[in-house]
Design a protein around this ligand. Structure first.
Ligand code: ADP
Length: 518
């Protein structure tokens, strides 16, 4: 049993890391989690591709010698590794340099890190993504002996790193310095799986014997995420409820069978919040800052200013329901559109900040024409405004059809804005529904509804509004309880630490017996 004070060596591999390259929540996890694990005293390194955007940062880096020699399609490709310090952390970050494969991103020309915009305006994946991320995974494996770490845990993230556990088990396990490594694969978004034509398979350098429906093949194609799910020692996703949901056809994106087979090695840990950025006590985006004692006064000022900013009638008696989201089906915007009339009939204001599908933009603009004094609408991305909507709203709307972890509900808690959520994924795990029992035990932090229907959504909203109007003291109790919650990265990191200890404990047992776990 590793003692709880024994320190682990962890290598986290990710296609994106906040501060260097970011397209979504994955980058935040892969930047903030290593920093928090490092604060717990573990030796931790992060590794990612060296994109053009990373090079342009001019961040101080030193080259690692010798360059890596990567076998690929019968050739040996030379790849350089660079080392830097992860910002605000003791952890190191390594970059895999291959200009042809990784330095083609240029937002001014519509080229991202995974996709580019075609002349017809359509965004599509780079046609060589299979080769790009095969090479990245192979480079991670080849880099391990050069890092000066005796790696205990290799932490893979999303499909781009799905081949890591396969390489470990099939090609590297018997090499010196690899036998003790155990691999965790974290799923941040099951909808993206890295699926490629079977003729691209040789670029992986793996034997065709693995290309079968129980391992790397998925309906005749190569599937990176499935590969990772089959070969990883442990799998986790970003909330316990989502880890169960993805084992069902409704949420499993075709991989529910693979996930169910590995159910005994599948768990969930909710992502954290960066409370330096999202904190009502110190947030310079707000017209007034406040804490658990002063929220009554502070939120009233934020609310009036928010109503002004959205050119709505400044009226403290009208509750504001706030919502900040990518305007895509997942976020439940269609429920809001269908339920709006019923909500507005109670004199409530709704404020929506978001951008996304053109059809939702159109429908929301129409709704604004019908309810100019009740709907506040900003179609665009504005970080500062997001903070002010969190602070100035009375209740927050998050009616997602699915939500692996979710951040806005956690921000709402800290800003004293009880969220109304669909009880799914991370929303079910982080928000405690208001019931007589949870009020009595002082645990209530928001309002749940279950079914993904307009009726269920409206019953949740009306229940929350009734509570807001009739239970003044108890509503304040919910606010205080929400503001007390700790969803920091330090809390998430402790859960990852326990999982890593469990993996290492099992490894030690198996190694003592001279075998390898299944
Ligand atoms: P997802 O990652 O699925 O989009 P999350 O709730 O996990 O959903 O995180 C979304 C993040 O993006 C939050 O920080 C949210 O405030 C921010 N965000 C989304 N849309 C906007 C917008 N239009 N303007 C500003 N911030 C936004």
């Amino acid at each position: 049993m590793p003692k709880s004070d024994s320190k682990l060596s962890i290598l986290l591999a990710s296609p994106e890391v906040v501060g260097f390259a970011k397209t979504g929540g994955l980058a935040e996890v892969c930047g903030y989690l290593p920093a928090a694990l490092s604060r717990l005293g573990h030796q931790i390194a992060v590794i990612m591709p060296l994109y053009r955007i990373v090079r342009q940062l001019g961040y101080p880096m030193t080259p690692i010698y010798p360059p890596l020699s990567i076998p690929m399609r019968g050739q040996t490709i030379s790849v350089r590794l660079w080392k830097a310090q992860l910002p605000n952390s003791e952890a190191s970050i390594y970059f895999v340099e291959h200009p042809d494969l990784f330095e083609r991103d240029d937002p001014t020309k519509g080229r991202g890190i995974y996709q580019f915009v075609q002349p017809d305006g359509k965004k599509i994946d780079y046609p060589d993504n299979c080769g790009r991320y095969s090479l990245f995974c192979r480079a991670v494996m080849e880099a391990i002996p050069l890092l000066g770490m005796n790696v205990d845990i290799l932490h893979a993230n999303d499909w781009q790193t799905g081949l890591l556990p396969v390489y470990l088990q099939e090609l590297y396990q018997h090499r010196p310095g690899f036998r003790q490594i155990r691999c965790l694969l974290t799923i941040h978004n099951l909808a993206y799986q890295g699926v490629f034509k079977s003729w691209e398979y040789p670029v992986t350098g793996l034997s065709w014997k693995l290309f079968n429906h129980q391992q790397l093949e998925f309906y005749g194609h190569l599937n990176f995420l499935k590969a990772g799910l089959v070969f990883a020692d442990w799998i986790n996703t970003v909330s316990p409820t989502y880890s169960k949901e993805i084992q069902t056809p409704e949420f499993g994106c075709g991989l529910e069978g693979v996930l169910s087979e590995r159910t005994h090695r599948l768990s969930g840990i909710v992502n954290g919040v960066d409370y330096h950025v999202w904190n009502s006590q110190s947030d310079m985006n707000l017209p007034e800052r406040y804490d658990r004692e002063t929220f009554g006064h502070g939120k009233a000022i934020c609310k009036a200013k928010l109503q002004e900013e959205f050119q709505l009638p400044v009226d403290s008696s009208k509750p504001i329901l706030g919502m900040i989201a990518r305007l895509v089906e997942q976020k439940g915007i269609s429920l809001v559109l269908k339920g709006a009339e019923s909500i507005f009939s109670r004199g409530v204001q709704i404020i929506i900040l978001g951008e996304g599908d053109a059809e939702y933009h159109k429908q929301l603009k129409k709704l604004k024409e019908r309810y100019p004094h009740q709907l506040g609408l900003y179609l665009g991305f504005d970080e500062g405004l997001a903070h002010r909507v969190e602070a100035g709203s009375d209740l927050y709307l998050m009616p997602s059809s699915f939500e692996p972890s979710g951040l806005n509900q956690l921000y709402s808690l800290r800003y004293g804005t009880p969220p109304i959520v669909r009880a799914t994924g991370g929303l079910a795990d982080t928000i405690v529904d208001t019931t007589p029992e949870t009020i009595h035990t002082d645990r209530a932090t928001g309002f749940h509804f279950k079914e993904y229907t307009t009726e269920a959504f409206l019953s949740g909203v009306h229940r929350a509004l009734d509570f807001y109007w009739t239970e003044h003291d108890r509503f304040r109790q919910i606010i205080r309880c929400g503001m007390r919650q700790d969803w920091s990265w330090d809390r998430s990191a402790k859960e990852y630490e326990s999982l890593f200890y469990q993996m290492v404990q099992e490894r030690n047992k198996v190694m003592k017996m001279g075998g390898k776990s299944s």
